[in-house]
Design a binder for this molecule. Sequence first.
Ligand SMILES: Nc1nc2c(ncn2[C@@H]2O[C@H](COP(=O)(O)OP(=O)(O)OP(=O)(O)O)[C@@H](O)[C@H]2O)c(=O)[nH]1
Ligand SMILES: [Mg+2]
Ligand SMILES: [Zn+2]
Length: 294
Amino acid sequence: MQLGRIIAHFGRHWAVEGEAGQILLCHTRRHCAPPCVGDQVKWQPTDPGHGVIVEILPRRTLLTRPGRAGKFRPVAANLDQVLIVIAPAPAYDLLLVDQYLVVCEQHSLQSIILFNKTDLLSPAGRHHAEKDLAPYRDLYPLLFISARSGEGMERLRARLKNKTSLFAGQSGVGKSSLLKRLVPDKDIRTGELSPGTRRGRHTTTSAMLFHFPEGGDIIDTPGVAIFGLAGIDPGKLAWGYKEFRAYIERCRFNDCLHAGDLGCAVKQAVDKGEISLPRYRRYLKLLEKLPKIS
Ligand SMILES: Nc1nc2c(ncn2[C@@H]2O[C@H](COP(=O)(O)OP(=O)(O)OP(=O)(O)O)[C@@H](O)[C@H]2O)c(=O)[nH]1
Ligand SMILES: [Mg+2]
Ligand SMILES: [Zn+2]
């Protein structure tokens, strides 16, 4: 029996990196729970270049997504942090950012917000973006970066060192392009935005783990599909807005949904300017979305 790490997933097979750095294509034993990228596993060789995964070692953290029949599917294991990438094109959607943040809070994962493609911003556009993102400044690390010009890449490198990080974000925001800069000698595919819609083309099709030369690992993903809000209890959503937490206990009713309920300390904090109004509005929107998607 040997130890290894899952670095990619292809249908019913997983690529396992063995301790000697060799890569094996493995399947799992029948009835074995599905492994995912980032898992430490025990495996046994079968044919040359092939093996079978016999055990998944205990996970430090596990990011899951809602699957069929109310079940959860593992997305990535043993992560330290999630890098939420947004950009001026395709246009950023802060409701989606909040959705990612809530899911990360739920899984006890650190989040870092990366505003990529700063090279595309005019000075006025930059000012506008910084204002839009200001509510996040005190809550999460926020870096303005560019895979093209290299802005902010050193600060990003420092954040990635000796951590296991996962890229999340809409198709076309530049996740794979950033990875290419960070892990230079790898053959990583990136894709142009569609000329008409200015949206990404879903170039990356499965999660894959790469080693960061300075130490640590980075997982590239197809982005949006892996984060769902399904399974989040409406009563727990507010907890995912971490600046609300200090107020939640002070609401008059302990089942307060902070949506116009009587004696709501969260709403009072919004009125006093202690909680950002746009963040609160997005909370209400997500709350409204919840029952429909879970
Ligand atoms: N101007 C500019 N373009 C960038 C930057 N980063 C990425 N791009 C471009 O954005 C497009 C999409 O980049 P990708 O790296 O494929 O995006 P992705 O997030 O991996 O997309 P998916 O794999 O589809 O989820 C490509 O045309 C890149 O060249 C940047 O910093 N500035
Ligand atoms: Mg990609
Ligand atoms: Zn309340």
